[in-house]
Ligand binder design. Structure first.
Ligand SMILES: Nc1ncnc2c1ncn2[C@@H]1O[C@H](COP(=O)(O)OP(=O)(O)O)[C@@H](O)[C@H]1O
Ligand SMILES: [Mg+2]
Length: 334
């Protein structure tokens, strides 16, 4: 079991309130991602759940039991950090065994759990190596293995892939998702990377300055961002925001249109502009369009290849059913 409830939980460091009181429910077995810009309080929130920081006010419940004052070791939660925090002089087996040894578990049960975790994480062939003889990805798997053997109620990950190169990050992202599929244990995963959030989460919690801006599935957030901040944070490249007369035509203070929801033509369309930089990825082409009179720069994403050159005239037509409307407070209108 791994149901976690935060009730009016807040955190201040001295006079500075980093997390204003917030409520959050995490269901048993869910993969929840906390995402937001650097410094928004993601790690602090995770550390409050882990018990590594004390709440300033409010309550934390784990499986219905009040755990607000429960010490970290008794919360049955396992944390995996960005720095793997492995013991360099110990073998993989000993590193993974460490928390079990500390808990005084009998050897047969230790071995059963370690062999199981090593198998799940493809570490069986490396079990006698030391961390220095492993790649970054393998070291991260050892850190995860050390969490798995504790059979926790929930896993807490704090930016676990930030130290890995891009290709490895994609691979590990998939491995962690597969691990969740297999174990079906609650996972809370902190990242500043909205792509990780979108690809891994059942439920995303978007944070800004310690406030929860929105909670929802990846596609709910993509389709119906409840405010300007979420609309700009979720989705890559970013949603275009347009204010002024063009927005007023739609009865809004700001309208938003995602780069992939704009049709492009060299000859006709609603908005005329001039092509700036274009990025050809093969699978997609991104154009940055100047001088539309709408926003500083409009970003357009076209599937596949599309030939336009810097300085060319270009016409953009937003798909009207894909327009997002926001009021003067930046809140979604419908
Ligand atoms: N121990 C601490 N003492 C004082 N301020 C802290 C402490 N830990 C974090 N903070 C502050 O709390 C805010 C949120 O930090 P953090 O939770 O680490 O953000 P994130 O993980 O989203 O980047 C930051 O402004 C940070 O400086
Ligand atoms: Mg952090």
């Amino acid at each position: 079991m791994g149901r976690i409830q935060l009730e009016k939980v807040s955190k201040s460091f001295g006079d500075v309130e980093v997390i204003p009181p917030l409520d959050l429910e995490i269901e048993d077995g869910e993969f929840v991602v906390f995402v937001g810009p650097s410094g928004c309080g993601k790690s602090t929130l995770l550390r409050l759940i882990a018990g590594l920081e004390d709440v300033t006010s409010g309550a934390i419940k784990i499986d219905g039991q009040d755990a607000t004052d429960t010490p970290p070791a008794k919360r049955r939660l396992a944390m995996v950090f960005q720095s793997y925090a492995l013991y360099p002089h110990m073998s993989v087996r000993k590193n993974i065994a460490f928390p079990l040894k500390m808990a005084g578990m009998d050897q047969a049960e230790q071995d059963r759990r370690i062999d199981g975790a090593a198998k799940v994480l493809n570490l069986t062939d490396y079990i006698d190596r030391r961390p220095g003889q492993l790649s970054g990805g393998q070291r991260q798997r050892v850190a995860i293995g050390r969490a798995i053997v504790r059979e926790p109620a929930a896993f807490l990950f704090d930016e676990p892939l930030s130290n890995l190169d891009a290709a490895l990050r994609v691979g590990m992202r998939l491995e962690i998702s597969e691990l969740h599929e297999r174990l079906k244990t609650t996972m809370i995963y902190v990242t500043h990377d909205q792509v990780e959030a979108m690809t891994m989460a059942d439920k995303i919690v978007v944070l800004r300055a310690g406030n929860i801006e929105q909670v929802g599935s990846p596609l709910e957030l993509y389709r119906n961002p409840r405010n300007l901040f979420v609309s700009g944070f979720i989705g890559s490249p970013k949603m275009n925001h347009i204010s002024g007369d063009e927005a007023a035509k739609h009865g809004a203070t700001t309208i938003g249109i995602r780069p992939e929801h704009i049709d492009v033509s060299a000859t006709e369309g609603l908005w005329k502009g001039r092509v700036g930089v274009s990025e050809h990825l093969g699978s997609d082409t991104f154009f940055y369009v100047h001088d539309t009179g709408l926003a500083d720069d409009m970003t357009v994403r076209v599937s596949g290849e599309f030939e336009l050159h810097a300085g060319d005239d270009v016409y953009l037509t937003p798909r009207s059913e894909m327009l997002h409307k926001f009021d003067a407070d930046g809140l979604r209108m419908s």
